[in-house]
Design a binder for this molecule. Structure first.
Ligand code: GUN
Length: 281
């Protein structure tokens, strides 16, 4: 059997190193950091993501509080809580877990978080700063994609990048980050015609569509670098958008799900908490 392990972009090793760096900064500077996570309802995937965030905070000695609210909490009630946290001296970062129920306007909530505590980087001020190439709190998954490419010495400048995801959470910020790194970027979405034709031109393909194993070898170019940011559940097992076993031979590098970019999402949240602290002081 052919050994393809050299093709796997090792996100865990990078995550471990980065986390040790963050923990050291916190310890050496005796930083008192506090992250508050707000969750509405009891979505099982959200519970799992939040659990990972809380565990990472514990490992790095960041105080973390989960405010778990009823799914029927009104927008006004939620805004009141956020305002209180905005004003609280000992809160460094605020994160409202998505998805939110339909009666809540996610944009209003994102923009209600003071931008210096907006550790998700979803507020309009952080979005505008990212758009303008200004220093800001950058969305964690998008930053994770760039980080993992750089950690593995993969050249971004001049490369043709295709992102299949146009969300505010990942696709749009990632487009800006790739542009800042001098890539040529195409963003695809559910209305894109000839997706296969476009994706198979990519030197670097990033996929986040929530459709298990959708991307087969026919969607990738020979020797493409493939980053899978999709997370779904298939037969009760976590599963990405890329058919890993179909693509492994044709690609030059690939991430796995689990064990891929998702690990860096959590680490970059911790990075943003430290950064939020420095913005306050
Ligand atoms: N739900 C899935 N991913 C994320 C994320 O990065 N931030 C928040 N707040 N919710 C999410």
């Amino acid at each position: 059997m052919v050994d393809y392990s050299h093709k796997i972009l090792n996100c865990k090793e990078y995550r471990d190193r980065k986390e040790v760096g963050i923990a050291n900064v916190i310890l050496e500077n005796s930083l008192k950091l506090k992250l508050v996570i707000i969750q509405l309802g009891d979505d099982p995937s959200s519970n799992s993501y939040i659990g990972n965030k809380l565990k990472a905070c514990e490992r790095c000695k960041i105080e973390a509080e989960l405010i778990k609210l009823d799914i029927n909490t009104t927008q006004e009630e939620l805004l009141k809580i956020i305002n209180r946290l905005n004003e609280s001296e000992n809160v460094t970062g605020i994160l409202v877990q998505f998805p939110l129920p339909a009666h809540i306007d996610a944009k209003v909530i994102n923009d209600s978080i003071v931008y210096t505590k907006d550790v998700d980087g979803f507020s309009i001020i952080n979005k505008g700063k990212l758009y303008s190439n200004e220093d800001c709190l950058v969305p964690c998954t998008a930053q994770g994609v760039i980080d993992i490419l750089k950690y593995n010495d993969i050249e971004i400048s001049g490369k043709k990048v295709v992102i299949i995801n146009r969300s505010d959470l990942v696709g749009k910020p990632l487009m800006h980050l790739f542009l800042q790194n001098n890539a040529t970027v195409t963003v695809c979405h559910s209305y894109t015609k000839n997706l296969q034709e476009i994706s198979s031109t990519a030197d670097i393909l990033v996929v986040g569509i929530g459709n298990p194993n959708f991307i087969t070898k026919d969607y990738i170019k020979q020797d493409a670098i493939v980053l899978d940011i999709g997370i779904s559940f298939l037969d009760n097992k976590i599963c990405g958008d890329v058919d890993f076993f179909d693509c492994i031979e044709k690609c030059s590098r690939i991430t796995t799900v689990p064990g891929g970019v998702g690990l860096l999402t959590v680490t970059n949240l911790l990075t943003n908490v430290v950064k939020a602290f420095s913005m306050k002081n």
